[in-house]
Design a protein. Structure first.
Length: 299
């Protein structure tokens, strides 16, 4: 059995609770899912877990599945990166594989969120990853289908372990069936004392900055949608965020609708993509956006 080596990459400079350090990771492989409400340090633990796993595996994958507070890609997307053997640092420098959900929350997009995550896990396996860290959104409210979403993810990707961070018992309604099932193993973890709550304005500002960086320097591209697949249907509107996807449904680039010509059946996008090379389809999102400021625009 592989034993944990001295770190080949630096662990994040964070406050690590002793319970995290005591985790036994030897023998773990496959998807490892991290869940918790907002402001519980999910992403911090996910990165810590990734760094620990890099001592045990040559190829570790990290999936940033937080569509609202993403760190590896623009909001509305989930992103996969896979560490190459011997690579140091986080995030890994290799190619990124991305799926488009269409909004900054999985609410109203549960099916595309679950399907997108499954596609990323499959791609990670295809790329030879032997351990896959899956960070998730903070949507855990039962009334907003948070539990349905998490349990659907477990059913589809079948994580070896579900790491649960909770302040009280807010996750128990969704964890109890998993604790009684042999489909996965639930590991409860304390929240780092260094976690600081972020208010709505701070979260909105983070999203705007991520969007602004993504579209900085983007040009205009005319897309003949009349000759392309458009999902779910060609109902464009100015300011609408869309994705240009490849034949496997992964994002080539995001774009914002600038101008629509119904007669010519074309749409002009503000996008980092210079051409339509490799583009198989357009997927429409629910969000409206000002690409210059990154600010979300009310419809």
């Amino acid at each position: 059995m592989t034993t944990e080596r001295e770190p080949s990459i630096c662990l994040p400079d964070i406050d690590v609770p002793p319970a995290w350090e005591r985790l036994t990771l030897e023998g773990l492989s496959g998807p490892l899912m991290v869940i918790g409400a907002t402001d519980t340090g999910k992403s911090t633990f996910a990165r810590y877990l990734y760094c620990r796993l890099c001592r045990l595996h040559d190829r570790v994958a990290f999936i940033d599945g937080d569509v609202g507070q993403s760190s590896l890609g623009p909001p509305t997307t989930m992103t996969l990166v896979v560490r190459r053997p011997g690579e140091e640092g986080f995030p890994p420098a290799g190619p990124r594989h991305r799926v488009f959900i269409g909004d900054c929350s999985p609410r109203g997009h549960l099916l595309s969120t679950v399907i997108g995550l499954y596609k990323l896990v499959r791609r990670a396996c295809d790329l030879g990853a032997t351990a896959i860290v899956v960070d998730t959104t903070g949507l855990v409210d039962r009334a907003q289908a948070g539990g349905v979403l998490k349990q659907a993810k477990v059913e589809l990707i079948r994580p070896t372990v579900v790491y649960a961070l909770q302040r009280g018992t807010e996750l128990e309604y969704m964890l109890l069936p998993l604790r009684r099932s042999r489909r996965t193993r639930v590991v409860d973890l304390p929240i780092s004392s260094a976690v600081r709550p972020r208010d709505v304005a701070t979260r909105r500002a983070h999203r705007a900055e991520m969007f602004r960086r993504y579209f900085d320097g983007a040009g205009l591209l005319e897309v003949p949608w009349g000759r392309m697949a458009v999902f779910p249907a060609p109902t464009f509107r100015p300011g609408q965020l869309v994705a240009l996807e490849d034949v496997d449904g992964f994002v080539r680039a995001l774009g914002v609708v600038v101008e629509i010509d119904p007669r010519a059946r074309t749409v002009r996008l503000r996008t980092p993509a210079a051409t339509l090379d490799g583009v198989d389809a357009i997927r429409l999102g629910s969000l409206s956006l000002d690409p210059d400021t990154g600010q979300e625009v009310a419809r």
